[in-house]
Design a protein around this ligand. Structure first.
Ligand SMILES: Cc1cc2nc3c(=O)[nH]c(=O)nc-3n(C[C@H](O)[C@H](O)[C@H](O)COP(=O)(O)OP(=O)(O)OC[C@H]3O[C@@H](n4cnc5c(N)ncnc54)[C@H](O)[C@@H]3O)c2cc1C
Length: 326
């Protein structure tokens, strides 16, 4: 029996705990804030994430709750279309709390939950310690000696009642507007709720100040942007500094492994952070289940280190392009 300490019960930690066979792995899942979610903003689940969810046997549940992504429009601040993409089949939007609830339900009863913050990963006794502890990962900071850095960008996001069509008639999928050093995007959250987000250069604000700034900044953007912002409420608005994980050349050090944002936290512009976290967990679980430990970790690293860092850099490039758009 291999013992595994998973630090963090977010997207990657829950997925990994659900994917390890309890007859072969004794799993302890450590989570500081079980069940804590600030706001139910949406996560895009692209095809690779849906395949990872399939290995957990929960992709049908995601489809049952989620909204399919049909298309993605990119426009400038006058509303002129810059690009249009039909979304690849099997791409879904799902509120984060619903995704976490589905992943949590798939965890076998044998998994031991430890509620509380891990303060020293070196004290954990597992044969394997997996850092699924997010962008500010203690496992990465202390064992790999690498910390996350500020990107100088911040994101405001929130949800407003009513479907996207109410704000942007004829619009069903994702739409994003770029211009003047900021971007504004909207998408379905559920069928009856709209998710919105903006990104801009970093400055210090409360949610109310973020909305005041956004209403002024986007006053000349097309009508759907102004309509969403008019409906937005500071109690349903999040303000986040965007951090990025450092460049890592290995996700494995001895018995320690990184997965999800601890390994490759990225700018949110491609909507891929949680997707890559799910892929990490599915790949790690598959390798651990089919290979001896040392070989499994080597294969996990070979399959995920470059892929994760590359998506992180691609996301940063899109972020820079969006904020440089005149
Ligand atoms: C504005 C924005 C929009 C986004 N949109 C998308 C999107 O559309 N699609 C997408 O795929 N991704 C998106 N993401 C990224 C996504 O949210 C993250 O990539 C994803 O949550 C990473 O999952 P994780 O499990 O690695 O980390 P997290 O979800 O951060 O989970 C880490 C967990 O570890 C716990 N923890 C931390 N330290 C400790 C400790 N010492 N002891 C115990 N527990 C600990 C935390 O409490 C937390 O629950 C977005 C991110 C942002 C900021």
């Amino acid at each position: 029996m291999i013992s595994v300490d998973i630090v963090g019960g977010g997207v990657s930690g829950l997925a990994l705990a659900g994917a390890l066979d309890p007859s072969r792995f004794r799993v302890r899942l450590h989570e500081t804030n079980p069940g804590f979610i600030k706001l139910g903003t949406v996560l895009g689940m692209w095809p690779a994430a849906m395949r990872a969810l399939r290995t957990l046997g929960v992709d049908d549940q995601v489809r049952a709750v989620g909204v399919p992504v049909e298309s993605a429009h990119l426009c400038d601040s006058s509303g002129r279309r810059l690009t249009f993409h039909s979304a690849p089949g099997n791409s879904w939007l799902i509120p984060r709390p619903d995704l976490l609830a589905i992943l949590e339900k798939a965890i076998p009863g044998e998994v031991e939950w430890v509620h509380g913050q891990v303060s020293d990963p070196a004290q954990l006794t597992g044969d394997l310690v997996v850092g699924c502890d997010g962008v500010r990962s203690l496992v990465r900071d202390t064992i790999f000696g690498r910390t996350a850095h500020q990107t100088g960008v911040m994101a405001f996001r929130g949800i407003v009642d009513g479907p996207v069509e109410q704000y942007a008639p004829g619009q069903h999928g994702l739409v994003e507007y770029w211009g003047g050093g900021a971007l504004f995007g909207m998408s379905p959250n559920t069928r009856d709720v709209t998710n919105w987000y903006t990104a801009t250069r970093e400055f210090e604000v409360t949610p109310q100040q973020a909305l005041d700034w956004s209403r002024e900044k986007f006053v000349e953007f097309p009508a759907p942007v102004r309509a969403v912002l008019a409906a937005a409420d500071p109690r349903r608005t999040l303000v986040n500094r965007v951090l990025e994980a450092p460049m890592l050349t290995s996700l494995v050090r001895g018995r320690y492994v990184l997965a999800g944002d601890s390994a490759h936290a990225m700018a949110p512009n491609l909507g891929r952070g949680a997707c890559e976290a799910l892929v990490d967990s599915a790949v790690l679980a598959k390798e651990l289940s089919t290979q001896p430990l040392e070989r499994a970790l080597r294969r996990y690293n070979e399959r995920r280190v470059v892929a994760g860092q590359a998506v992180k850099l691609a996301s940063a490039a899109v972020c820079r392009t969006a904020l440089a758009w005149p």
